[in-house]
Design a protein around this ligand. Sequence first.
Ligand code: HIS
Length: 372
Amino acid sequence: MQRIFHTPEGVRDIYGRECRQKHELKRRIRSVFQKYGYEEIETPTFEYFEVFSQEVGTVPSRELYKFFDRDGNTLVLRPDFTPSVSRACASYFSPDQEPVTLFYTGQTFINSSSYQGRLKEITQMGVERIGDDSPEADAELLAMTVEALLSCGLREFQVSVGQVDYFKSLLKEAGLEKEAEEHLRALISEKNYFGVEELVEEQKLCPQLAAVFQELPHLFGSVEVLKKARSLTDNQSAVRAVERLERIYELLKVYGYEKYICFDFGMVSRIQYYTGIIFQAYTYGTGEPLVKGGRYNELLKHFGAPAASVGFVIMADSLLTALSRQKIEILPDEEPYVLTYTEETLEETLVKAQRLRKEGRSVSLRKKKEGL
Ligand SMILES: N[C@@H](Cc1c[nH]c[nH+]1)C(=O)O
């Protein structure tokens, strides 16, 4: 029976100061989302399996927590908010007429392998801009990412931006088999330069394509990378992908946030629904990304209402870890005011406590111990 005193692996209790910090962090981030005019949405913690099926392109099926309802339907604890919000948006709004801007906060659940030591339940705070294919939408989301992190007191961080379209356009031109394609994707994401070189030789790609693929793992850094990426190819759709990033960067200059942005053409995501920019934010103190996001223009088709969309989530737990390792205080630090009372002073203490509470103080009552 020992088991009932501690939690299963991958989940944990949060209490005391840490819990207060988490609430404060959520409050600040919500207020940034609201400043941009986003509306809050709550979706259920579990959904039908189909919402997160392989075709949707979220986390792999073996990492989902699945269970059954009384009628034998397979249900899933949400591993990702984006499919749920897309489903809800397709049912209640008309993103083809006007963009829908939504934000949410809640738990997500991934049944990852225990070797990785990751949390299996995490808190995500995210936004989705649905029905807007413009570069200004991409830029807005990146600006919101920067602002949300700044609002928590973080100062040193980077938002790394990639472009799924660049790589996809080149892959299409190369016409590789699915397996070779997956292998190449993995090698590039691991920045395995020699592996990429070997693979492109094996596949006998034309010299220009071979050269771009070999460059991809090196194609990261500040804005100069964009020029380099453009010079490496004359594939029209790859060039358009770079031009879009250039435009987004120009807009971020208007926001004044360009110093937080860098580019990474080798960035790939486990999530398959991305179609345009993808991005992740990092800081020191945690190896995990603080933010993950991107454009997903095909996802809403699965829910019967096609709409070009973009969004991101903040991993609240990773952000809290980073803040604590960087010694950044997120609490206004108001400890509750403790009032002690005895049998005789109880009533006057209650009156005093209520007066202080009306003034906005937080007051905790303790009965004085006998003999003290
Ligand atoms: N749902 C994605 C992040 C995202 C939100 N919107 C677009 N992308 C994730 O869990 O990684």
